[in-house]
Design a protein around this ligand. Structure first.
Ligand code: GRF
Length: 206
């Protein structure tokens, strides 16, 4: 499927969001749009599991959502093709993986070249993978954080858009550190969307 055309426009960016969990980053994006901090609108949320808290948030926030249960697809590519079809129908310009706990394939990446953003709870390239916060605690680092980056095929790689550092405090648990990292994620994710849009000419700069 060919990628969407580059467009230079003053209209609001149309965003698609993918989430598997609680959806606090999804909500932070919606809030940034609704308060005008980000000149965008979240058009569609897709979750891959029926228990994702993000679904309830979407209902409360009045954002359209769809469930694509990954267990009903024969391969990662088929799930990704279903995502692409839904996002293209919603005419989204950029797609944000806001806690998407599935490995994505070229099917999705090639449909949104330089337009697919991931948020990860570490200072990449340190601590890639699903247990980044635990790994940081186990390694004993004094500083960790979060990274918003463009998505490439290898998990948790790709050009960095924005990072925020978060100190690891004495006595930190996974929960306490995760809470402080989340606060920074909510701050940098809208900024990353803005930067991703600017670098490919989707937003007027200045
Ligand atoms: C975030 O920590 C994000 O970095 C990771 O998954 C978590 C999602 O949290 N990829 P939430 O569902 O947005 O609260």
């Amino acid at each position: 499927m060919p990628p969407a055309q580059l467009i230079v426009t003053e209209r609001r960016l149309r965003l698609g969001v993918m989430a598997s969990g609680s959806g606090s980053n999804f909500e932070a994006l919606v809030e940034a749009c609704q308060t005008g901090r980000l000149g965008a609108e979240v058009e569609l949320l897709i979750v891959n599991n029926p228990n994702a808290g993000a679904l309830k948030r979407a209902e409360r926030l009045g954002i359209q959502s769809q469930l694509l249960d990954h267990r009903l697809y024969g391969s990662r590519q088929e799930l990704d093709q279903a995502l692409v079809t839904r996002f293209q129908a919603a005419q989204v310009d950029l797609v944000v993986m806001a806690g998407w706990m599935r490995i994505v394939t070229e099917t999705l990446i090639q449909a949104y070249p330089e337009r697919l953003i991931n948020i990860h709870p570490s200072l990449l390239p340190s601590f890639r993978g699903a247990k980044a916060i635990r790994q940081a605690l186990e390694a004993g680092v004094k500083l960790t954080g979060c990274t918003a980056h463009l998505v490439e095929l290898e998990v948790d790689t790709g050009p960095v858009l924005v990072q925020a550092a978060v100190p690891v405090l004495p006595g930190d648990s996974e929960a306490s550190l995760s809470e402080r990292i989340h606060r920074q994620e909510h701050r940098i994710l809208p900024l990353a969307v803005q930067l991703a849009a600017e670098r490919i000419g989707l937003l007027d700069q200045g």
